[in-house]
Structure formats: structure tokens, C-alpha cells
Design a protein around this ligand. Structure first.
Ligand code: NAP
Length: 249
């Protein structure tokens, strides 16, 4: 499949979980993948996997909460490949801290990574997404941002709710340049993030999922591929639920 042949995509948090799955899926669809992560070694491992399949990629160190780091990642992408057509804002953290115990510093850190990070990356990428005439922003939000969450921290819930609203505003801004911005709201997916949860949390969620299991990273990647493709050119400002039916919104 080469639906994204030669498209240049920057994926944040690409060293693990959903980001890694999307990096591999986008590469298999023909895209050139810039895999950026706080953990540069993890990003390099993913690019190694891409190159082993004869794909093209570049690994970058990136902290999405730092404007200079984001500017560097976007500039390096454009210097290497001459363009940036798809931005996947995937990097995120998900502390489970109970509401009364969330410090102001922890609140601000979660917002800085999960919400400000999306803003900074979108702002830095925006001129390039406009210039190509078919720009795409795909933000990885969360079911928790739609429903209020069950097991996750309230700061996480607030950050993901913010991502959903921000996506709608970005969709309006990109539209004059024939670009789109959409969210994916995954339910519980098998990644290192959820693997670290207590078994009882995972089991509680699994029992509520009509399809009877947690999702696979590849199933989120398939949704991202669709939103990045020309087939989704008229889909914008949307939130695509990939959640096994745990919430039908
Ligand atoms: P993951 O396996 O923990 O991967 C997240 C990646 O983001 C890690 O490589 C992490 O690096 C990186 N990262 C963290 N902070 C960063 C920063 N400031 N700048 C750049 N990269 C950073 O988690 P995942 O499950 O794949 O989650 C990916 C996204 O999906 C997150 O936004 C998450 O909220 C969302 N999501 C996940 C689920 C789920 O069930 N898995 C459900 C709904 C939404 P380090 O390892 O070095 O921290």
C-alpha cells in the first residue's frame, strides 16, 4: 500500500506504544517518517525498524513541552526532507494520581506535555502544513477527554479534553489551505503506558469493553492512516473513537 507515498510525517512520542505503531504503519504506507521522542534511543530503534523494512526515516530527540526543542524538530525535518505535510501529536503522559494528591507542579507538567505540547507543535508546523496544500494534523486525544475518565488522573482528563477543543480550532485555521485537523480518542490500548497500570484497573476496563479486550496499537495506527490519507480530505474537526465500544458517543 502506498497511500502516503513520499509524504513527510512528524510523529511525536514515536519511540513507544501508539507512536511506534503509527511510525511503522505510515512508513509501510510510503511515508517518510520523522520519529521524535523524549527518549532519542527509542526513536532511533524505531527508525532502525523502518530502515530494516527499506523505509525512510529520521530519529530526533524532542521534548514537546519546550518551544526550542519543537522548533528544532520542525526545522530539522524541513531541512532533511524539504517539507512537512503531516503532524501526529501523540506524545503524552498519564499519571494516575488521585485528585486530592495532584500537586500544582504535577498538574502543570501534565498540561505542559499533553496540551501545550500539541499547541507548540501545531504552531511550529503550521506554515509548512499550509504551504503543501494538503496538510494534516492528527492529535491523539483519549476516551478520558470525552467522558471524564475512570481510572486516570484528572489533569490527564483535562488535558485531553483541551486537545479535542484545540483540534477543532486548528481545523478551522487549516481549512483555507485545504488542510485538516482531527483527533483520535483511543480507549484502553495495549501499550507500555497501560501495561504499567495495576491489573485490577485493566481488568475493570476490559470487562466494560463490549469487544472484550483492550485495543492493539495497530488499530489506532489504522485510524491515523485513514485521517492522513486523501480519502479523508473532507473529514475535519472530528474525533474518531477507537475504543472497542466502551463508550458510544
Ligand atoms: P507510551 O507507550 O508511554 O508512549 C508515549 C511516548 O511519548 C513515550 O516514548 C514517551 O517517552 C514519549 N513522551 C513522553 N513525554 C514526552 C515529551 N515531553 N516529549 C516527547 N515525547 C514524550 O504511551 P502510549 O500508550 O503509546 O500513548 C501515546 C498517546 O496515546 C498518549 O498521548 C496517550 O495519552 C494516548 N492514549 C493512550 C491510550 C492507551 O490506552 N495506551 C489511550 C488513550 C490515549 P518516555 O518513555 O521517555 O517518557
Amino acid at each position: 500500500m502506498s497511500a502516503l507515498r513520499d509524504r513527510v510525517v512528524l510523529i511525536t512520542g514515536a519511540g513507544s506504544g501508539l507512536g511506534r505503531a503509527m511510525a511503522l504503519a505510515f512508513s509501510r504506507a510510503g511515508a517518510i517518517v520523522v520519529a521524535a521522542d523524549l527518549d532519542e534511543t527509542a526513536a532511533q530503534r524505531v527508525v532502525g525498524e523502518i530502515e530494516a523494512e527499506a523505509g525512510r526515516g529520521l530519529a530526533l530527540a524532542l521534548d514537546v513541552s519546550q518551544a526550542e526543542s519543537v522548533a528544532h524538530a520542525v526545522a530539522t525535518t524541513v531541512a532533511a526532507w524539504g517539507r512537512l505535510e503531516i503532524l501526529v501529536n501523540n506524545a503524552g503522559i498519564c499519571p494516575l494520581t488521585p485528585f486530592p494528591e495532584i500537586s500544582r507542579a504535577e498538574w502543570e507538567h501534565v498540561l505542559a506535555v499533553n496540551l501545550t505540547g500539541v499547541f507548540l507543535c501545531a504552531q511550529a508546523a503550521f506554515p509548512h502544513l499550509c504551504a503543501c496544500g494538503h496538510g494534516r494534523i492528527i492529535n491523539i486525544a483519549s476516551l478520558a477527554g470525552r467522558t471524564g475518565g475512570v481510572t486516570v488522573g484528572l489533569h490527564y482528563v483535562a488535558s485531553k479534553g483541551g486537545v479535542i477543543s484545540l483540534t477543532k480550532a486548528l481545523a478551522r485555521l487549516l481549512a483555507p489551505w485545504h488542510g485538516t485537523a482531527n483527533c483520535i480518542a483511543p480507549g484502553p490500548i495495549e501499550t507500555p503506558l497501560t501495561a504499567a497500570w495495576p491489573d485490577e484497573n485493566r481488568e475493570l476496563l476490559r470487562r466494560q469493553i463490549p469487544l472484550g479486550r483492550l485495543g492493539r496499537p495497530e488499530e489506532v495506527a489504522a485510524a491515523a492512516l485513514y485521517l492522513a490519507s486523501d480519502a479523508a480530505a473532507f473529514v475535519t474537526g472530528a474525533t474518531l473513537d477507537v475504543n472497542g465500544g466502551i463508550a458510544m458517543l
